[in-house]
Design a protein around this ligand. Structure first.
Ligand code: TXA
Ligand code: MG
Length: 355
């Protein structure tokens, strides 16, 4: 199949909407990451998404809408969701809602809830309006790869597998939406994203964060969000996070990089812009300014993709506080590293030089 990469003109958006109505797949920009969309009410079209991504069938999809009225007959909107929808839609917040059987099982992997999101990106909105159907869309990467934040990333993963990619330029947020579960007494963030815990708490009172957000699932533990089960965002090389006081972290990263390089491995560091000069001998990759975690969010997936393109075997990365958008960054970076962390002070006190 030939994959067309098109600018999102009115005419191209109309073509994309026609493809969606015809049961085909279209990749499109959202404010978070690029999505791979199909008519959510057409089970065969949705199955094609799983095939194109190589996605396990038990990992449910998000249903995208452009008007809450589209939900009539498809879901029961939880009471607490109304205020959230008013405050944060359109935007990077996905809410789980009990669904009716008009939502095909393949969308929800058979779960009784469906994840719903109203994106704010103008191209996504125009496509949804013209399609006139809810659009099921996961991130438009091959399963296991970092989510795409540019059309070029989508093409890397999907060339020849889908008929069309709408190129809306780089995504503003750069990490996927916040996924919120309202079924318990206390609302629970299953996946942190652009709408932060603090923003939700202003409206809802206390909000929990699922334990799997910042640590691996324990043996036998059941993930409330199936996506958390899978190795994700992982480059081929192995990432280790280095935590501690700023000066210690820089010295420890240099030592770790030297040890790996002497051992014949292709190594690099991920560090804040303020530190690229101090680490200039260690193949620094710029995570953005340490004073602007939203910049780190925006750049992270592109950086992870570069590591593969450059054939890195070993990567050492700085960390940032898991607060605000930093929680979403540390969730993605942590999972890319399989949550492997070393303390800089331990590295520096280890005279053998190896960890
Ligand atoms: O920003 C986003 O959310 C992007 C754009 C394209 O909208 N989409 C996205 O979709 O990230 P995806 O499929 O890559 O991630 C959806 C996440 C997965 O972790 C999935 O397990 C979880 O949402 N999810 C979907 N439906 C669910 C449900 N009914 N219950 C629990 N988790 C659910
Ligand atoms: Mg995804």
């Amino acid at each position: 199949m030939q994959t067309e990469l098109l600018t999102p003109t009115g005419e191209h958006i109309a073509q994309a909407a026609a493809l969606i109505r015809d049961g085909q797949l279209v990749a499109f920009p959202t404010e978070t990451v690029y999505g791979l969309g199909a008519n959510a009410l057409d089970a065969d079209a949705v199955r094609a998404i799983f095939a194109a991504k190589g996605r396990p069938a038990d990992n449910p999809l998000i249903m995208h809408i452009c008007d809450p009225a589209q939900l009539d007959g498809l879901v029961t909107v939880p009471g607490r969701a109304r205020a959230l929808m008013d405050a944060f839609w359109p935007g990077p917040l996905t809410i789980l809602m009990p669904r009716t059987d008009r939502v095909p099982d393949v969308v929800t992997a058979g779960l009784s809830t469906v994840a719903v999101r109203f994106p704010s990106h103008p191209v996504a909105r125009a496509l949804l309006v013209e399609s006139r159907v809810p659009v099921a869309a996961p991130s438009a990467n091959r399963s296991g790869r970092p989510s795409p934040t540019t059309a070029a990333h989508v093409l890397e993963d999907m060339d020849g597998r889908i008929p069309m990619i709408l190129d809306g330029g780089p995504c503003e947020v750069g990490l996927e939406s916040t996924v919120l579960d309202l079924s318990g007494d206390v609302p629970c963030i299953l996946r942190p994203g652009g709408v932060t815990k603090g923003m939700l708490e202003e409206l809802l009172g206390p909000v929990e964060v699922a334990p799997s957000v910042l640590k691996p699932l324990a043996e036998g533990e059941v993930a409330r969000s199936p996506g958390m089960r899978y190795r994700h965002y992982a480059p081929k090389g192995s990432i280790t996070l280095v935590s501690g006081a700023e000066e210690d972290v820089l010295r420890a990263m240099r030592r770790l990089w030297q040890d790996a390089s002497r051992g014949g491995q292709r190594a690099c560091v991920l560090c804040f812009r303020e530190h690229t000069d101090a680490l200039r001998d260690c193949r620094p990759h710029d995570l953005g300014s340490m004073r602007d975690p939203s910049e780190t969010a925006e750049r992270l997936f592109d950086t992870l993709r570069r590591l593969d393109a450059e054939g890195m075997d070993v990567i050492y990365s700085e960390v940032l506080p898991a607060e605000g958008i930093g929680l979403a960054v540390m969730n993605r970076l942590g999972r890319a590293a399989s949550f492997r962390t070393v303390r800089a002070a331990d590295v520096l006190s280890d005279n053998s030089g190896s960890v």
